[in-house]
Design a protein around this ligand. Structure first.
Ligand code: PAF
Length: 302
C-alpha cells in the first residue's frame, strides 16, 4: 500500500461516520507500518486489538472498548505458529475469515492487519522476545515456549501497527501481565490495557476453543467457573489459607467425569508468584482439559 492510498482512505472514513466501514485489509508489516505512520502524522490515536481470529463476543467487547479510546482502530488477525506447542492444536485452531471480516465491519474497525506467516517470519528470522519470571508458572509451566511465541509476535504486531493503546482480555491473565512487562521493559510507549473476561450466561468464559466441546463437555466445562466461585466464596468468608482454598476448588473439577485438571494455582495478582496465604491482591487461575480441548480461566480473590 502506498502513502497516498492511506491518505485517501482516511479522508473517506472522515466523510460519513454513519456508513458502515469496510475495513482495509493489510497483509504485510511494511504496509501496516506505512498506514500507521500516515494515521499518526494526521494526529490520530491508534488502538490495536490483537487476536488470532475466530472472533466472538469477548473479542468484540475489546474492540468496542478500544473504539471509544482512539480515532483509528486496528484488529490484528494472525494465527501465530510460534505460540503453539502442539501441531494438532495449531491445525485445529478455528479459522473463520469471512465472519471475522463482517464482525470487524459491523464494529467500526478501520483496518484488519492479517499478515501471512511468511511475511511475519521470513527465511532467516532469528529473533526471540522473552520475558523471564512471569512466564515460569501457570500456563508457562505446561506449554514450553508458548509465552516466548506470544511476546515475539506481539512485539512484531506493536512494531508494525505502532498503537498508542493495545487492549487484551483478562481471560489470558498471565499473557496480559507478560505483555505489560514487555512493553514497560522495552520502553514501547504503548498503554497495554486488560479488560474483564466475557462469559456465557451460565458463566463459561468465552473462548475460540469452546466450539470444540461436545454438548456433554460443554456442560462439564462449567466446573472451571464453579471452582472459581468456590474459591471466591471461601476467600470472601475470611479463609486465608491458600491450600484449603485450592483443595476445595480442585475438588469441583476432579469430580467431573471427563475433566483433567492441569493446574490450579493462587498467585499474587501482579507478579504471579504462588501464594501460601491470602494477604494482598490475589488471583486464582486454572487449566482444565476436557477431552482434547484445553480451557483456562481465572478470577480475583479479593
Ligand atoms: O490472545 C491471543 O489471541 C494471542 O495470544 C495473541 C495476543 C493475539 C498473540 O498471538
Amino acid at each position: 500500500m502506498t502513502a497516498s492510498t492511506a491518505t485517501a482512505w482516511i479522508a473517506e472514513s472522515d466523510r460519513d461516520e454513519s456508513v458502515p466501514k469496510q475495513p482495509q485489509v493489510i497483509r504485510t508489516p511494511e504496509d501496516m507500518h506505512a498506514l500507521s505512520a500516515q494515521v499518526r502524522a494526521g494526529g490520530k490515536r491508534i488502538a490495536l486489538v490483537p487476536t488470532m481470529g475466530a472472533l466472538h463476543a469477548g473479542h468484540l467487547s475489546l474492540v468496542d472498548h478500544a473504539r471509544g479510546k482512539a480515532e483509528f482502530l486496528v484488529v490484528s488477525i494472525f494465527v501465530n505458529p510460534l505460540q503453539f506447542d502442539r501441531d494438532a492444536d495449531l491445525d485445529a485452531y478455528p479459522r473463520t475469515w469471512e465472519a471475522d471480516y463482517a464482525l470487524c465491519a459491523e464494529h467500526g474497525v478501520d483496518a484488519i492487519y492479517a499478515p501471512t506467516a511468511p511475511a511475519m517470519y521470513p527465511d532467516g528470522f532469528a529473533t526471540k522476545v522473552s520475558v523471564s519470571g512471569l512466564g515460569a508458572g501457570l500456563c508457562g509451566a505446561h506449554r514450553p515456549g508458548h509465552f516466548d511465541g506470544v511476546t515475539t509476535v506481539v512485539a512484531k504486531l506493536f512494531g508494525a501497527v505502532m498503537p498508542h493503546l493495545a487492549v487484551f482480555g483478562q481471560k489470558d491473565y498471565q499473557q496480559l501481565k507478560i505483555v505489560q512487562r514487555m512493553a514497560a521493559d522495552l520502553n514501547m510507549d504503548i498503554e497495554v490495557e486488560g479488560r474483564p473476561t466475557l462469559r456465557e450466561a451460565d458463566g463459561l468464559a468465552m473462548s475460540s476453543r469452546n466450539v470444540h466441546l461436545s454438548p456433554a463437555q460443554r456442560e462439564q466445562a462449567l466446573c472451571l467457573r464453579r471452582a472459581l466461585d468456590k474459591a471466591q466464596e471461601l476467600a470472601r468468608a475470611g479463609e486465608r489459607d491458600v491450600e484449603k482454598i485450592k483443595t476445595a476448588a480442585a475438588r469441583l473439577v476432579e469430580g467431573v467425569p471427563e475433566a483433567r485438571l492441569e493446574y490450579l494455582e493462587v498467585v499474587d495478582a501482579e507478579n504471579l508468584a504462588p501464594l501460601a496465604k491470602l494477604e494482598g491482591p490475589a488471583r486464582m487461575a486454572l487449566a482444565v482439559w476436557l477431552g482434547a480441548t484445553r480451557l483456562i480461566d481465572n478470577d480475583d480473590l479479593n
